[in-house]
Design a protein around this ligand. Structure first.
Ligand code: SAM
Length: 281
C-alpha cells in the first residue's frame, strides 16, 4: 500500500500544521539510512515516524528504535505495525516536551537521531536535542534546503543557527531532495543533514556556554554592523572597550559576526573575562 492509500485506509488527512510530508521515495529513505551509518548495536531515536517508512528501515538495522510521534491518529497503526518487533517502541508525545533520559533510559548516553523533521520546528528540535542533558552522538535529519545551508555555513556566511549547531558537532549536507520525494509534496527543496557530535563534547558547558551564546547573540543582533558596534550595542558596552576586548582576542573589530568561526567566538569568549557582567553574579 502506498502512503496515500494508507492515509485513506486510516481515514487521515495529512496535517500541514504538523509538517506531515511523508518521505515516499525509496532512494531518499535509503540515503537517510546510509547517512545514519546504523550498526547492529545502535539505538536510534526517530522523531515523527508518521506512517513508518523510515522506521521500517531503522528497525531492520538497529538494536533498538524509539519513535516519538505527536499525532495520535498514527500511533495505533504504528503500534500494530511493529507489534512483532519488541525492539521498536512507539511513544505518543511532543519531542519538545519529552525527557530523553526517561524514554531511552540507560541508552540515553549513546544514541543516534534519524528524522524527517517537521520543518515548522526544526531549530527548536535541534536545540532541544543538542543542548539537552543527553545529546545524541549523530543526527541525520531532513530539513528545508535553505535551513541546511544555514546549519552547515562556513565563516563568511555564519549565523546564529550555524554557530548554535557547529558548537556541538560538525555538520554536512549528505544529499539534496526534491519536493517529489515526499507525499504530499512540500513547496521547497530539502536536504539530508548529518551532524556528528564532537567526540569530547561541546567546548563549553553550563554557565560558560550560556555566556558564550549571550556574546554570540549580541554579535548577531545587528548582523550588518561591525563587531565593535554590534557587541557594544548588544551588551551595553562602550565601543572603545569592545575594541580593546577584541584586540585581546586577536579579532579585528571591523569584522562582521558572519565571518567568525567557532574558534574565533571561543577566543572572544575567553577574552571577555571581567569585561562583561557574568550571567550569575
Ligand atoms: N517519518 C515520516 C516520513 O519520513 O515519512 C514522517 C515525516 S513528517 C515530515 C513529520 C512527522 O513528525 C509527522 O509524522 C508529524 O506528525 C510528526 N511531528 C510533528 N511535530 C512533532 C513533534 N513536536 N513531536 C513529535 N512528532 C512530531
Amino acid at each position: 500500500m502506498n502512503a496515500l492509500e494508507t492515509l485513506r485506509d486510516l481515514g487521515v488527512d495529512p496535517k500541514k500544521s504538523l509538517g506531515q510530508n511523508f518521505m515516499t521515495e525509496p532512494a531518499a529513505l535509503r540515503r537517510m539510512l546510509d547517512a545514519a551509518e546504523i550498526e547492529p548495536d545502535d539505538v536510534v531515536l526517530e522523531i515523527g515516524p508518521g506512517l513508518g517508512a523510515l522506521t521500517d528501515l531503522l528497525a531492520e538495522r538497529a538494536r533498538r528504535v524509539v519513535a516519538v510521534e505527536i499525532d495520535g491518529r498514527f500511533v495505533p497503526y504504528l503500534r500494530g505495525r511493529y507489534a512483532s518487533m519488541p525492539h521498536v517502541e512507539i511513544v505518543l508525545g511532543d519531542i519538545l516536551e519529552i525527557d530523553i533520559g526517561h524514554i531511552l533510559g540507560a541508552d540515553a548516553d549513546r544514541y543516534k537521531v534519524a528524522a524527517n523533521l517537521p520543518y515548522y520546528i526544526t531549530s527548536p528540535i535541534l536545540r532541544h536535542l543538542l543542548e539537552g542533558a543527553h545529546p545524541p552522538s549523530l543526527l541525520v535529519v531532513t530539513v528545508q534546503w535553505e535551513v541546511a545551508q544555514r546549519i552547515t555555513a562556513a565563516p563568511g556566511a555564519m549565523g546564529l543557527l550555524s554557530v548554535g549547531v557547529q558548537f556541538y558537532g560538525s555538520a554536512t549536507i549528505a544529499g539534496k531532495l526534491k519536493p517529489g520525494n515526499f507525499t504530499p509534496a512540500p513547496n521547497v527543496d530539502s536536504a539530508i543533514v548529518q551532524i556528528e557530535a564532537h567526540p569530547d563534547g561541546p567546548p563549553l558547558t553550563g554557565d560558560a556556554r550560556d555566556q558564550f551564546f549571550r556574546i554570540a547573540r549580541a554579535g548577531f543582533s545587528q548582523p550588518r554592523k561591525q563587531l565593535r558596534n554590534s557587541l557594544a550595542a548588544g551588551l551595553h558596552l562602550a565601543p572603545g572597550d569592545v575594541v580593546d576586548w577584541l584586540g585581546t582576542a586577536g579579532i579585528d573589530p571591523r569584522r562582521r559576526a558572519e565571518t567568525l568561526s567557532i574558534d574565533d567566538w571561543l577566543a572572544v569568549y575567553q577574552a571577555a573575562e571581567g569585561r562583561i557582567a557574568s550571567l550569575n553574579p
